[in-house]
Ligand binder design. Structure first.
Ligand code: ZN
Length: 435
């Protein structure tokens, strides 16, 4: 078996492992606070070391306030005959996430304003939330709604909205330097596989594998937090130390069958943007798009007061597939192959970040002799091979002004080859990595 085939086999196995993690997380009813969120972190913690921070309800974080903690036990609608027509036990999406408790009898007309469906997809259940405006409701398929007859219904949502806390989690894998790569995934959606279980699974496997990797340059900081409020709370707590973040990626929607999409940081020309573009467009035939203040939590990291070098990696972006935020974003919508491909792309981006640097040629006056150093001998009369070309390009361009990726692009050589040439030249004391 050749190396590429062995690599493909390894990633196929990793894709199955990531899918198994998605399956395990799928039944948990998550929200932006509460025990479902903590149970989700318990599952991740069996694989990676997590430190958790609880932030009390009512805490001010920039312009926002940590909301009351939400927990739910049951939710159902019974018809006049006592038949259960909607039951939270059948699907977590059946209750509007963050619904206030209710116990009432009301006619169908009174119930209707609290019922949400997707008429265009009559078998799907929508995902709705009521995070920052207290209300209650149910989500159901259009077919279920159409089957309801006029008459009295009994509704029950046995939930609590009470002072508690919001849970943040971090996993830090130290590298040779304290400069950091931030990897962020939101963890608050209930029973939606692509958005966001796919990214939780990919991030967890990334951390597992990084912990076992031999040569690590950057320190990696994984942050798992509820969308929007969690990212805001994390930035509020970590404002003094975000300067350590050299590169960052928001991970989301990494399990669907679409191609990969890299979204640039607000800066547009940060190293992560150049590396993300190179890997996604070149190695994965994916697409790249410019920053916009809409999407996932790149909105917070790239707000003007932070403006961090944080891009985003997804497959099909949010809102651009019909299954988005519905019960059709299920275990059939994500595949082990897509998860494996996403994991591989992340590792390629991160490996490139680890090795990409500016170097200085230590023998810059004319060409140094490579033959006596066991590298390659121009005196042989043969044209240099690809590796020889890479050595010459790295030596010629390493004046401290441009990094290896720029050199690879200028030379139209594979980045991996250029990185290997740089490593060989460092070994031969002809090159020095600049900080
Ligand atoms: Zn979402």
């Amino acid at each position: 078996m050749n190396a590429a085939a062995a690599g493909a086999g390894e990633y196929a196995e990793l894709g199955r492992d990531a899918y198994a993690l998605v399956e395990e997380l799928y039944p948990i009813c998550r929200s932006i606070t509460g025990n479902g969120l903590r149970a989700t972190l318990d599952v991740l913690q069996r694989r990676i070391p997590l430190s958790r921070i609880e932030i009390a309800s009512g805490t001010q974080v920039f312009d926002w306030v940590i909301p009351p903690e939400w927990n739910i036990r049951e939710a159902w609608i019974d018809d006049a005959g006592g038949r259960r027509v909607v039951d939270f036990r059948d699907h977590n999406l059946h209750v509007v996430n963050y619904s206030a408790p209710v116990r009432a009898r009301l006619p169908l007309a009174g119930l209707r304003p609290h019922l949400h469906t997707l008429p265009a997809h009559p078998d799907w259940i929508p995902y709705r939330t009521s995070y920052y405006r207290e209300s209650w409701g149910f989500c159901l398929s259009q077919r279920q709604l159409d089957a309801l007859r006029e008459g009295e219904y009994e509704v029950c949502i046995d939930s609590t909205l009470a002072p508690g806390s919001l849970t943040l989690a971090e996993c830090v894998i130290p590298g040779a330097v304290s400069d950091e790569v931030l990897l962020y995934a939101h963890d608050c959606h209930p029973s939606l596989c692509n958005d966001n279980l796919s990214a939780l699974a990919v991030a967890t496997l990334l951390a597992q594998r990084r912990a076992q990797a031999p040569a690590r340059h950057y320190t990696w900081r994984f942050v798992f937090a509820p969308a929007t409020i969690g990212a805001i709370a994390w930035l509020h707590r970590n404002e003094a130390r975000v300067g350590a973040i050299r590169h960052g990626l928001v991970l989301a929607s990494l399990g669907d069958r679409g191609a990969l999409t890299y979204k640039r940081s607000r800066r547009g020309n940060a190293d992560i943007d150049r590396v993300g573009e190179h890997v996604i467009a070149r190695a994965h035939a994916g697409s790249c798009e410019d920053f916009s203040p809409y999407g996932y939590d790149e909105r917070q990291f790239c707000s003007p007061g932070f403006d961090l070098p944080v891009g985003r990696l997804t497959r099909t972006p949010n809102g651009r597939y019909a299954e988005y935020h519905s019960s059709a974003d299920n275990l059939a919508f994500v595949t082990p192959a897509a998860l494996a491909d996403s994991l591989r792309a992340c590792e390629q981006i991160l490996a490139l970040l680890d090795t990409n640097a500016r170097y200085l040629n230590l023998a810059p006056k004319c060409e140094p002799r490579l033959g006596p150093r066991g590298l390659y001998d121009l005196a042989g009369g043969q044209a240099p091979g690809e590796f020889g070309h890479a050595l010459l390009w790295v030596l010629n361009q390493s004046d401290g002004g441009q990094d290896l990726l720029a050199i690879a692009q200028k030379a139209r050589l594979d980045y991996g080859l250029v990185a290997r040439a740089a490593a060989a030249l460092v070994n031969a004391r002809l090159l020095r990595r600049l900080p």
